[in-house]
Design a protein around this ligand. Structure first.
Ligand SMILES: C[S@@+](CC[C@H](N)C(=O)[O-])C[C@H]1O[C@@H](n2cnc3c(N)ncnc32)[C@H](O)[C@@H]1O
Length: 233
């Protein structure tokens, strides 16, 4: 699949949400709320914390974290999504969030070791090749301060809806599929894959979040990965 095609499909999805209705919401992901509580237990003054969300979509997480006092940036390659994210920030008088139309598989607009954390909430899940996911991971590591955290929230191979999709319409690489309606690529991760994503980082937390998620009016069991990693000082 071509990168430009995945980008085009996302632009359409952001303009007229069809498959991933959750991504249109302005309600923060419960996974990010949980990460925030975790972070609060580690850092006493959150107003000094600088974070970035890769693949931030319409900014539900980036804006919410900025509201809590963190200096946030959000990156997404969709012009439509970033426009909405900025409008939502303005409407809620959020001044500590900045947004960039940016492809996360290219060099990020931040200095080396400038961020206290990097958030990946269903971002890697949507990058359509192993090589490009590796490029994004290299940038996550480059911009992260020593002692900083990477938070990952990822689809898993145990997620019911996605399992069904992989059986019906598998993609070119492991544990991934193309959406039947839109052709959009999506990847789930096995435990083994998650373990090998960032071999140089210390694993602080790995949990499975069991919940129900709705797709096309039907509820499915999910067991997403909730992971926090630390870059060594
Ligand atoms: C599943 S959504 C998650 C959005 C957001 N993190 C949230 O939780 O609401 C995935 C997002 O990744 C973006 N995306 C996919 N590939 C990208 C890339 N290479 N660079 C930047 N954004 C990308 C899409 O536009 C989409 O907004």
């Amino acid at each position: 699949m071509e990168h430009e095609e995945q980008k085009r499909i996302w632009e359409e999805e952001h303009k007229a949400p069809l498959v991933l209705l959750q991504m249109d919401s302005d309600k923060v992901s419960s996974s990010v709320e949980e990460f925030f509580l975790w972070l609060k237990s580690k850092r006493s003054d959150l107003t000094k914390v600088i974070g970035v969300e890769m693949c931030c979509g319409k900014g539900r997480n980036t804006n919410w974290l900025a509201k809590q006092g963190i200096h946030m940036s959000g990156l997404d390659f969709s012009q439509t999504a970033i426009k909405v994210a900025k409008e939502r920030a303005e409407k809620d008088s959020i001044t500590q969030a900045q947004f960039f139309v940016h492809d996360v598989t290219e060099s990020w607009p931040f200095k080396d070791e400038s961020q206290d954390f990097v958030l990946d909430c269903f971002g890697s899940t949507d990058i359509e090749s192993g090589e490009l996911r590796q490029k994004a991971r290299a940038e996550m590591l480059r911009v992260l301060k020593p002692g900083g955290y990477i938070f990952l929230y990822l689809l898993s191979t145990e997620d019911e809806f996605h399992k069904e999709m992989i059986e019906k319409n598998p993609a070119h690489d492991a544990n991934a599929f193309y959406h039947i309606q839109t052709g959009k690529y999506e990847k789930t991760f096995s435990e083994e894959e998650v373990k090998n994503l960032f071999p140089t980082l210390k694993v602080l937390e790995v949990k499975r979040i069991k919940k129900l998620a709705e797709f096309f009016g039907k509820s499915y069991n999910c067991q997403h990965f909730w992971v926090v990693l630390e870059k060594q000082v």
